[in-house]
Design a protein around this ligand. Structure first.
Ligand code: MG
Length: 389
């Protein structure tokens, strides 16, 4: 048993991405509390090697096996052990030296290693929302079996997690999940229809990776978060209310049966929910900007427009239907977003491809893990035929 004075050892899966680099920033501010045990990345050899040296990391994995030699060369003369491939990630993440696993990989590719960490009973700081969207029933059941604790990193879910503290066991009447509304919040439908990826990538409040930013423009990101909230907190989807809140100061709210609503507020900065997931239940200093209330002037809330943002309606519909429908939705969305980023399809082709992929596939009602992997592959292939890849 480690005592509280021993730094928690952290594995960061996807260390070169937006969440990964911000996690390392948090760790660097608290060397007495956190140390890095393992870093993994898909392709970014140079940054991964630099991080490995800076944080004195014993093991690194490059998922793209063709880049193994390049990483090995970059770390020649250091003590860092170099590995390659997803199997290495899954092996290393379960080892006894790891206390907390930050799952910051993008998309369904994050599911396999998250499952390995959950099976090993690790504390998970969950940033890969696709894991719960595509495999929520299986992953939550596995976590219960292994005793793995899943803490949210997504800012909205961290907010809900914080609003629940002190009220464990009390019945939640509603979760109010806030959404910035993305770059097209005020745009006419015809203008959104014609918008290219470059415009969609200009998020007003949050700095994030390309996939999440496009998901934010379509509001699929909020749809994925509704599903994520259902699995994290066991909330009925009918009790999850999406609210457009352009200022992104209220990160989400929990309404109790007596009508009392508890909100969590902060300046939008992902390092805050990342740090809370690592330090829970403690709160540590963070060199971030704090909300300046007189400067804020106003906080606005609107109902979402499902007509201009049909992906949100698709996500609600998918989780209500259950089974492998959200798995299919997630896979088709990944394909469609990639195609949109490459200017191969238009904005409203994204929901069309998702709904056509769902209609074109058989649904499994009570899937096991293998069913989910197979369904994801099939839905990927199906959606690719629709975008004529
Ligand atoms: Mg979020």
């Amino acid at each position: 048993m480690k005592n509280n004075n021993t730094p928690k050892r952290i594995a960061v899966l996807g260390s070169t991405g937006s969440i990964g680099t911000q996690t390392l920033d948090v760790v660097s501010q608290h060397p007495d509390r956190f140390a890095i045990d393992l870093l993994t990345a898909n392709n970014q050899v140079e940054l991964l090697a630099k991080q490995a040296v800076e944080f004195n990391v014993p093991d690194v994995v490059i998922c793209n096996e063709s880049k193994y030699q390049q990483l090995k060369d970059a770390l020649a003369g250091t003590d860092v052990r170099v590995h390659a491939g997803m199997d290495a990630v899954c092996d290393l993440v379960g080892r006894s030296s790891v206390d907390i696993v930050v799952t910051a990989m993008v998309g369904f590719s994050g599911v396999r290693s998250t499952v390995a960490a959950v099976k090993a009973g690790k504390t998970i700081a969950l940033a890969n929302k696709e894991t719960l969207v595509a495999a929520g029933s299986v992953v939550t059941a596995l976590a219960q079996q292994s005793g793995s604790e899943i803490r949210p990193v997504d800012s909205e879910h961290s907010a809900i997690f914080q609003c629940l503290q002190g009220n464990i066991g009390q019945k939640v009447a509603k979760i109010h999940l806030t959404a910035s509304g993305g770059p097209f919040r005020t745009w006419e439908k015809a203008d959104i229809a014609a918008a290219k990826a470059a415009a969609a990538l200009k998020h007003p409040n949050w700095s994030m990776g390309a996939k999440v930013t496009i998901d934010s423009a379509t509001m699929m990101n909020k749809g994925l978060e509704v599903i994520e909230a259902k699995w994290l907190f066991g909330t009925d989807v009918d009790d999850i209310n999406v609210l457009v809140h352009p200022q992104s100061i209220v990160h989400s709210m929990v309404e109790y049966e007596d009508g009392s609503v508890i909100a969590q507020l902060g300046h939008p900065d992902m390092r805050e929910p990342i740090q809370y997931a690592l330090s829970f239940p403690d709160r540590l200093c963070l060199n971030n900007r704090k909300p300046d209330f007189p400067q804020l002037a106003r906080l606005e809330f609107f109902a979402p427009d499902m007509d201009r943002f049909p992906c949100l309606a698709l996500a609600f519909d998918s989780i209500r239907r259950g089974g492998t429908v959200p798995t299919i939705m997630n896979a088709a969305n990944e394909v469609a977003v990639k195609a949109y980023l490459e200017d191969r399809i238009s904005f409203y082709d994204i929901p069309q491809i998702i709904s056509d992929t769902i209609s074109g596939m058989d649904i499994i009602q009570d899937p096991g893990l293998e069913d989910i992997y197979a369904t994801n592959d099939e839905a990927y292939a199906y959606a690719k035929t629709l975008v004529k890849w």
